[in-house]
Design a protein around this ligand. Structure first.
Ligand code: SF4
Ligand code: F3S
Ligand code: FES
Length: 255
C-alpha cells in the first residue's frame, strides 16, 4: 500500500487519505525495547484530509495514538518558528507543509532538525542557536538620546534590510548548513541574517561592532556558499545574498 492513498469520503466531498508517517524518536529515559537516549523509527498510520498539514497529522497521532510523542508548536500558522523539522529530508515548518504536496508513494519521514542536541523525539535544544543570535546583539543601537518623535527613514532605506526583517528564528537555515553540522564553531546563517537586519538599518550605529563580531573566525568567512540555508528558509529570505552583502561590507568598508 502507498503511504498516501485517496479513498472516497462522505464528509463534504473532501478527499480523505491513508497516510503513513515514519517518525524518528528518542526518549532520554528509555521506553519499551529502547535504551535511554537511543533513537529509532516508528511508523504511524492514520486517515487525514488532503488539505491537512504535517502538523495536523502529528496532532492526530499525539491525541489519538501516542500521547508521548513530543514536538514543539505554537501559532500553527508559520509565524512563531517553533515547529521546524526535517520532513522527507528537507527542513520545513510542519504547519506550512501540506500532506498532499509530499511524495505519496512512500511513508513521510519526519525527523528533528540536524546539528542541535535532541532532547526528546522532534524537540531539540535551541540554546546553542539562540546563543549565536545573542552574540550579534540583535537590538537597535541608535546614536544620541531618544528623539521626541520616531526616527524617520525613507522607503529606500527601509527596503535595504526589508528581507531580513522577516526572520522568525525557526533555525531551518542554520540546521541545513553543512558547515554548521561539521564545524562546531560557526555562528550559522541565522545569526548573520539577524545581524544584517541591523547593519543595514540607517537608524543603527552599531554596524561596525556587529561586523567585527562577524569577521571573527566563527563568522561569515566560514560560509562556503552552499545555499542550503536559502533553500530551507520558510520565509523565502535570500539568506546567502544577505551573507554575501556582509562579506562585501567587510571587504570594502562600505555599507
Ligand atoms: Fe528561519 Fe529563514 Fe530566519 Fe533562518 S532566516 S531562522 S530559515 S526564518
Ligand atoms: Fe551554509 Fe548557507 Fe553558507 S548553507 S555554507 S550558510 S550559503
Ligand atoms: Fe508556529 Fe509552525 S507552529 S510556525
Amino acid at each position: 500500500m502507498t503511504a498516501v492513498e485517496e479513498v472516497p469520503t462522505e464528509l463534504g466531498g473532501v478527499a480523505v487519505m491513508q497516510v503513513t508517517l515514519r517518525i524518528k524518536r528518542m526518549n532520554p529515559e528509555g521506553t519499551g525495547d529502547h535504551a535511554p537516549g537511543e533513537d529509532y523509527w516508528e511508523e504511524f498510520h492514520l486517515e487525514a484530509h488532503a488539505t491537512d498539514r504535517v502538523l495536523d497529522a502529528l496532532h492526530k497521532i499525539k491525541w489519538e495514538q501516542d500521547g508521548t510523542l513530543a514536538f514543539r508548536r505554537s501559532c500553527a500558522h508559520g509565524v512563531c518558528g517553533s515547529d521546524a523539522m526535517r520532513i522527507n529530508a528537507r527542513n520545513r515548518l510542519a504547519c506550512k507543509t501540506l500532506l498532499k504536496d509530499l511524495n505519496p508513494a512512500k511513508p513521510i519521514l519526519v525527523e528533528p532538525i540536524v546539528g542541535l542536541p535532541v532532547e526528546k523525539d522532534l524537540i531539540v535544544d535551541m540554546e546553542p542557536f539562540f546563543a549565536s543570535y545573542r552574540k550579534i546583539m540583535p537590538f537597535l543601537m541608535p546614536a544620541g538620546p531618544a528623539p521626541e518623535r520616531e526616527r524617520l527613514q525613507t522607503p529606500a532605506q527601509r527596503e535595504r534590510f526589508d528581507d531580513t526583517t522577516k526572520c522568525i528564528l525557526c533555525a531551518a537555515c542554520t540546521t541545513a548548513c553543512p558547515v554548521f553540522w561539521t564545524d562546531g564553531q560557526y555562528f550559522g546563517p541565522q545569526a548573520i541574517v539577524g545581524a544584517h537586519r541591523f547593519i543595514f538599518d540607517s537608524r543603527d550605529e552599531g554596524q561596525w561592532d556587529r561586523l567585527e563580531i562577524l569577521n571573527d573566525t566563527a563568522g561569515v568567512w566560514k560560509c562556503r556558499t552552499a545555499f542550503n540555508c536559502t533553500e530551507a528558509c520558510p520565509r523565502g529570505i535570500e539568506v546567502t545574498k544577505a551573507i554575501s552583502e556582509i562579506k562585501h561590507a567587510l571587504n570594502t568598508g562600505e555599507i
